[in-house]
Design a binder for this molecule. Structure first.
Ligand code: SUG
Length: 420
């Protein structure tokens, strides 16, 4: 096999709920206290993966995490029955579904030792996400255990916040060639926190052995964070030689674009002007939280974007005009991931893109349609139909969530490697 794009989607966990835990994430705040539908959510995620396989893309998975996170609660001196509601909700969160926040990846062609480097994200800014990394790291160490091909790193130490691939873009003439890695950090975000710190980005670039001449550190604009772009991937996405971004995504776009053009002369920058699509419409529709992918049949690139983009007139009009222009992006593929969207997670949030040779990866983390069918069957049988946030301490619900996890992990033959 050969090096290609592999998207690892987080299977949406059985505890998926709307607890309003993410300051600065407008959808999470808007839907706080609402009734979630974990089974529908997970099936939507699986259908997205199926669609991508049908487009000819290679698909991987990450498993949901064990919830409630007993190890974390124990460190806090409590348990799920006695924890305060906001701690209990944090321990029950299914937020590891957003695999774009699992890790930062530098493909082999960019690194000094010729291996693909992965650094698990510490996610320290949001309490409910700060305890994800140990279980994420356990999965990364299994999936990418071949140390001839991969180097898996521990998280950057606190207090330097790192949100993983959601704040990292890679551009290259093609996936397999040496690329330019762009780390997007925040400094200010009005009332909202800037989650990615430049110190974390620089640490990752050093640990991955990146060439400083092909590594850029770019500040996200305060206006974007203040408007609800809590990650860069809400206002920009890249694939091979194309950068697709909102006009107001970056603090100093002129310098960034000039540096990028100097490092990668073939780059094509597709910028959406604020006069056509406001930051507010971009964030509501998640137009940029799309998977920008190269279609294997040589038919250009496609944007796999949320159906909400189709329902936002200014956004859809702009997109249709762009497609008519016959540039690099040729196709729009709307997908329904509404359950995830209601917590601020679009199609791109749900996936971690790894450029590597699939033959080097533990096959238990790769899926075809038949494996997706089996997983969907387990989801349909075990995942709760709905959860109200006030039910999060309910012992029957917790037993059901635990049973769902055990059944899936057992089915995927990972129970010997991953323990609760
Ligand atoms: O970190 N939402 C996630 C959404 C992450 C989206 N990821 C990317 N943009 N790559 C977050 O804010 C909401 C949980 C709650 O409110 O219950 C949440 O964690």
């Amino acid at each position: 096999m050969s090096v290609r794009e592999i998207n690892f989607d987080g299977i949406i966990g059985p505890s998926h709920n709307y607890a309003g835990l993410s300051l600065g994430n407008l959808a999470s705040a808007r839907n706080a206290g609402g009734v979630s539908h974990p089974r529908a959510a997970a099936l939507q995620g699986l259908e997205k993966m199926r669609g991508n396989i049908r487009l000819g893309l290679t698909q991987g998975i990450f498993l949901p995490q064990w919830r409630p996170d007993v190890a974390w609660l124990t460190k806090l001196g409590t348990d799920v029955g006695n924890a305060e509601p906001h701690i209990r909700a944090a321990a029950m969160s299914a937020s590891s579904m957003w695999a774009a926040n699992a890790a930062t990846i530098s493909p082999a062609s960019d690194t000094a030792d010729g291996r693909t480097h992965l650094t698990v994200a510490n996610l320290v800014t949001m309490p409910h996400r700060s305890h994800e990394w140990p279980q994420t790291l356990a999965q990364l160490r299994i999936a990418f255990s071949d140390s001839r091909a991969f180097a898996v790193h521990d998280p950057v130490p606190a207090p330097f916040g790192d949100e993983g691939a959601a704040n990292h873009m890679r551009l290259a003439q093609s996936h397999g060639e040496a690329g330019v890695e762009v780390f997007v950090y925040g400094r200010a975000g009005g009332a909202f926190p800037a989650r990615q710190h430049v110190e974390a980005s620089k640490a990752i670039a050093r640990n991955h052995g990146l060439d400083p001449a092909r590594t850029l550190f770019v500040e996200q604009s305060e206006a974007a964070i203040a408007a609800g772009a809590f990650h860069n991937d809400v206002v920009a996405v890249a694939n091979e030689h194309v950068l697709f971004a909102h006009e107001q995504a970056f603090a100093d776009k002129a310098t960034f674009y000039a540096d990028l053009r100097a490092a990668l002369p073939c780059v094509e920058i597709v910028e959406v002007p604020a006069s056509a699509v406001s930051l507010s419409d971009a964030i509501k529709s998640y137009l940029f939280n799309a998977q920008l992918v190269t279609l294997p049949d040589g038919d250009g690139m496609a944007l796999i974007l949320p159906t909400e983009a189709q329902e936002t007139p200014a956004v859809w009009q702009w997109l249709e005009q762009m497609i008519a222009g016959n540039g690099s992006i040729r196709r729009l593929v709307p997908v329904d991931v509404r359950q995830s969207m209601a917590n601020g997670g679009g199609p791109a949030c749900l996936r971690l893109r790894v450029v590597a040779d699939p033959a080097d990866i533990d096959p238990r983390f790769l899926v075809d349609e038949a494996r997706l069918d089996d997983i969907a069957q387990i989801v349909s049988q075990y995942w709760p139909l709905s959860i109200e946030p006030q039910d999060l301490g309910d012992t029957r619900l917790i037993a059901r969530i635990e049973q769902s996890w055990l059944t899936l992990v057992d089915h995927l033959q990972l129970s010997g490697d991953l323990s609760p």
